[in-house]
Write a protein of this length. Structure first.
Length: 540
């Protein structure tokens, strides 16, 4: 893998040299149209933005692609741990045909963006559009996952070309700061750093603001924007629905949230404890000391803390309930209608946490008692209902390992029930559609319908590494057709129904209609009723 990474870095170096030459050509001829050299095979496309011209390229079937457009100044040097700052306008045609760097992060074979070029100068976005005209197409903005510690928009899994071509829509994706770069809370060091634990969310707001002001120049409708995310990206779009700093700005109009919810947030005390440990390991006393750390040192310290946290690592770097960017009680905001009028399509996969068997295959043999000892947060959430909950899973999932009790418990507590709760609350104020994705992996019988398995079906990206890691051979393309078209229909009108699938009723607390996506998709009413009732008092 190291040799592969070196080769990719060398390839990136060659690309950088080519881009530099093109940049110099464009600077020398600013008064002339951008004119690539005749031996270049790509057809380049120019679009004007509020900060300057960008040069994308024409792909298959006339699709126009713009990659790596900066939406904020590089958050480096004195700008590390600072809110995103608007770009300074440029007076030349800026190349926009390679993805921007991923934020510095640990290398992870199941997060392809981590294997691409990494740099702290990572605040960029990408656009796929059928045409740079005035047609005002619906827009989907995708926010990537990765547990708030990894990921990037350069992952082939998130290629927006297939959705854009199929639906005659505009698709965009955003990079944001992850790990300690985006979620290290430094509020105690003064007002200058207020909200620093939510810099990743601030980046997303800045990216959405740029899109709002510019997407009409790429054939999109700034008044019909759907934000969409999976995993940490799903949690992000849900927090954006209720964030005081996003509300009322018209940055988006509909939301698609896949397998991630507002339970993925820390208290200020929890965030402060992680910061203290980080500074202890870094042997620094203040923010200037932190700013002096190299990117690699920042990543190394983060990895050490993640290893220390073990099964509790999911919330090591995540949003902070600071009362400014993220409400202190997110569920209460949904309950009182803070997100009123925003249609929501959301759901989970049947076997979410089996995904982590990719990292820890032997965990399936570990008894539930050991799992709970390693994950005290689950014990805390169950409280005095622990025995009742364990009895339920022993009865319904007799396998005592991760594939049974612990797997069912973790999927329901961390994914399924939080999504049901938000659906219950939001359905009082806006149309809601809920789904469960049940199609099982053909790559491994252990994975089932695991976390992220729906993404290639939604995005059409069966040519990504994820297809081979968790999908396997011969995926049912009819299922992909139905799913993609539902997401496109929702982005277009706020209703996912289309002629190629069974009628999908909107969700309410009387029926709780849920679309079950599988080779034979169907609607079930309240399909997780027993689980919902089991956790009613704990998670509601």
């Amino acid at each position: 893998m190291i040799e592969t990474i070196k080769k990719r870095r060398n390839a990136n170096l060659i690309l950088i040299v080519v881009l530099l030459l093109l940049f110099l050509i464009s600077c020398a001829h600013q008064s002339e149209p951008f004119n690539p050299r005749p031996d270049l095979s790509r057809v380049f496309v120019i679009a004007q933005t509020t900060h300057g011209a960008v040069a994308g390229f024409q792909a298959e079937k006339g699709l126009k692609v713009f990659l790596g457009i900066p939406y904020a100044q590089p958050p480096v040097g004195k700008q590390r741990f600072a809110p995103p700052q608007p770009m300074v306008p440029w007076g030349y045609v800026r190349p926009a045909y390679v993805f921007g760097p991923s934020c510095p992060q640990p290398l992870d074979e199941f997060e392809p963006a981590s294997l691409l070029h990494q740099d702290e100068d990572c605040l960029s976005l990408n656009i796929w559009t059928p045409a740079t005209d005035s047609k005002r197409r619906p827009v989907i903005v995708y926010i990537h996952g990765g547990g708030f510690i990894e990921g990037g928009s350069g992952d082939p899994l998130y290629n927006g070309a297939y959705l854009a071509k199929r639906g005659d829509i505009v698709v965009a994706s955003i990079n944001y700061r992850v790990g300690a770069f985006g979620f290290l809370s430094l509020d105690e060091f003064g007002q200058e750093f207020a909200g620093s634990g939510n810099l990743g969310l601030q980046d997303q707001i800045a990216g959405l603001t740029w899109i709002k002001h510019n997407i009409d120049r790429f054939g999109g409708d700034p008044d019909n924007i759907t934000i969409m995310g999976e995993s940490a990206g799903s949690a992000s779009v849900m927090f954006l629905m209720i964030s005081p700093m996003a509300k009322g700005k018209g940055l988006f109009h509909k939301v698609i949230a896949q397998s991630g919810n507002i339970n993925l947030a820390r208290t200020k005390d929890e965030a402060a404890a992680i910061t203290r440990r980080f500074m202890e390991l870094a042997d620094v006393k203040d923010v200037e000391g932190l700013r002096g750390l190299s990117n690699q040192r920042m990543v190394d310290i983060s990895e050490k803390i993640l290893n220390e946290e073990g099964f509790n690592a999911d919330l090591t770097f995540a949003f902070v309930k600071d009362g400014v960017f993220v409400p202190l009680d997110p569920y209460a905001e949904f309950a009182k209608g803070t997100a009123a009028g925003i249609p929501l399509l959301n759901g989970t996969n049947y076997n979410e946490t089996r995904y982590w068997l990719n990292y820890y295959p032997s965990v399936k043999y570990v008894p539930i008692s050991v799992i709970l000892w390693l994950a005290p947060n689950y014990v805390s959430m169950m409280g005095d209902k622990q025995d009742e909950i364990l009895r339920y899973y022993r009865k319904t999932r007799p396998d005592p390992g991760w594939g049974g009790i612990a797997f069912g418990l973790s999927t329901d507590m961390m994914f399924r029930v939080p999504h049901i709760r938000v659906s219950d609350l939001q359905s009082a104020y806006a149309p809601v559609w809920m789904y469960r994705f049940d199609w099982k992996s053909q790559a491994s019988s252990d994975l089932g319908a695991c976390h992220a398995i729906e993404l290639p079906f939604v995005m059409g990206t069966f040519d990504s590494p994820t297809r081979y890691q968790i999908i396997g051979p011969n995926p049912p393309m009819d299922l992909s057709d139905i799913t993609m078209q539902a997401w496109i229909a929702f982005a277009r009108s706020g209703n996912p129904n289309h002629s190629g699938m069974p009628e999908w009723p909107n969700y309410d607390t009387t029926r709780r209609a849920t679309m079950i996506f599988n080779e034979r998709s169907m609607v079930q009413d309240d399909p997780n009723k027993a689980v919902r009732q089991l956790y009613q008092e704990l998670l509601y």
